[in-house]
Design a protein around this ligand. Structure first.
Ligand code: BES
Ligand code: ZN
Length: 458
């Protein structure tokens, strides 16, 4: 009865909710680029003000990097204490020329597949985090208060590896501890199946710079006798995988579990095998480990990818240069109990061992977080599964996730708090040009949280 009032309020308020999201999207909160630090700060201020509007005691909290936003509501209320997490930072927008509209001038666009909110962060993660805040707003408009006891934490460094998060959580552990964390930063399965993520991959980021000659050289004078660091780097990278797609770093597969039969059966039962993932981007042949299904490749197997490579002359025209340096950014997605620190050492040893005479290597690290596994026996999981199934055309599924959200593991390890990850992204081109969030996902996402909060507070 009262839930239906909240759902009606959500339906009525969608235009205003969309406007609020557009306002947040106009803030250029790119966390990886120091030039945007002021905008990250502004996004944090915006969220503090919005939480305060909801009656939440909220503040911006300084860190060595971008600020956290923390808020609390109803500390003396009964019912489960929920900690909601989202991130207000977004990915850089390059290549800018591939955007059909300026990334920070967002708008609702009519497309062949319905209305979309277009702009950087529309989906990842501003649109998604606003689904929860809008559910809270509608609840407040109907009931004059929020459901139960809710705390909020929004960070501004998720897209750059969350460097300030661990110290912040440690320093504020008592304040942040809750019965369960809710994270809205993942997607649906396919188009219409709501998903609760039960396993999340970890991430190890490494950058390597190989130096050979002490300056760039003329490749006619020196090519042949002089070692070329780009060739050295190319061989090292090529040797990271064998012919079956397995990763060759010694000990890499320690702690990689086989998929339990029960989980495999659940995934097999889904009306989704991941093929769309390739179709949508103009590909046809899965290129991961041989003998693994596409869903396994994305959800439950570890990977090693080269994210960037640089060396020599890459400008217009041609230059016969033998470069002094070659550089690559390489990331590993981790599963099970793979140890990111052991893998980092093994990877570095493998690179060092492959260096020919006269070459040296420098490493810099870009974060190391282990995979996490959620405890799905917490009652909230069944409540959410039922609530989501009521909202969407298909029943909710327990699934894996290809991406990484380091905080889920930290909540578990540092606070002993289990995370429930529910998100409403489709093929949203997150991190790519023309990022969007379907208006339907925004709308049904808000309704979903209202239903989940209702179920959890029965
Ligand atoms: N929202 C994504 C995680 C995600 C990606 C969920 C794809 C579902 C599908 C998140 O913001 C993200 O991109 N995380 C980074 C982590 C990193 C920079 C430490 C990632 O996965 O690369
Ligand atoms: Zn995200």
């Amino acid at each position: 009865m009262t839930l239906s009032k909240v759902l009606d309020q959500i339906d009525r308020d969608i235009p205003a909710a969309t406007d609020r999201l557009l306002e947040l999207l106009r803030i250029e909160s790119i966390s990886t680029d120091p030039a945007y630090a002021g905008q990250c700060d502004a996004a944090a201020d915006w969220l503090v003000a919005d939480l305060q509007n909801l009656g939440v005691k909220a503040s911006k909290r300084a860190t060595p990097g971008h600020p956290m936003v923390v808020g609390h509501f109803g500390q003396n209320n009964t019912g489960p204490h929920v900690l909601f997490y989202g991130h207000y930072d977004v990915q850089p927008v390059d290549p800018l020329d591939l955007w059909d509209r300026p990334p920070f001038d967002p708008a609702v666009e009519e497309t062949a597949n319905g209305k979309v909110i277009r702009g950087r962060g529309a989906s990842d993660d501003k649109g998604q985090l606003m689904t929860f805040l809008e559910a809270c707003r509608a609840w407040k408009q109907v009931h004059g208060t929020l459901p139960g006891r809710i705390s909020f934490i929004f960070e501004g460094e998720e897209e750059s590896g969350s460097p300030s998060l661990v110290p912040f959580i440690k320093e504020n552990a008592d304040e942040l501890r809750a019965d369960i964390a809710l994270i809205c930063d993942t997607g649906l399965v396919g188009q219409n199946t709501p998903a609760i993520v039960t396993m999340l991959r970890g991430l190890l980021g490494e950058e390597i710079v190989i130096t050979g000659p002490d300056k760039d050289l003329h490749s006619g004078m020196y090519g042949g006798p002089a070692i070329n660091p780009v060739r050295v780097l190319a061989r090292i990278i090529a040797d990271l995988h064998d012919d079956t797609g397995r990763i060759t770093v010694p000990g890499f597969y320690d702690g990689v579990p086989e998929l339990p039969q029960s989980v495999r059966a659940q995934w097999d039962g889904l009306d989704y095998d991941g093929r769309e993932l390739l179709d949508e981007v103009g590909l046809s042949a899965p290129a991961g480990e041989q003998g693994r299904s596409l869903l396994e490749m994305v959800w439950s197997r570890p990977t090693c990818e080269v994210n960037g490579i640089l060396g020599g002359y890459t400008g217009d025209g041609f230059k016969t240069v033998l470069p002094s340096q070659a550089r690559a950014k390489i990331s590993f997605r981790l599963v099970g109990t793979q140890d990111p620190f052991k893998i980092r050492e093994a990877f570095r040893a493998q690179v060092r061992a492959a260096l020919p005479a006269d070459c040296s290597v420098e490493f810099s690290d870009h974060g190391a977080s282990p995979a996490s596994q959620m405890q799905i026996d917490h009652p909230a999981f069944e409540q959410a599964r039922a609530a989501l199934s009521d909202e969407w055309p298909e029943p909710a599924a327990f699934v894996g996730c290809g991406g990484s959200i380091p905080i889920a593991g930290y909540f578990q390890d540092l606070l002993g708090v289990n995370s429930m990850l529910i998100g409403f992204a489709r093929d949203d081109q997150i991190h790519s040009p023309n990022e969007k969030y379907d208006l339907e996902c925004f709308h049904k996402g808000i309704r979903s949280w209202a239903r989940i909060l209702d179920a959890m507070n029965q």
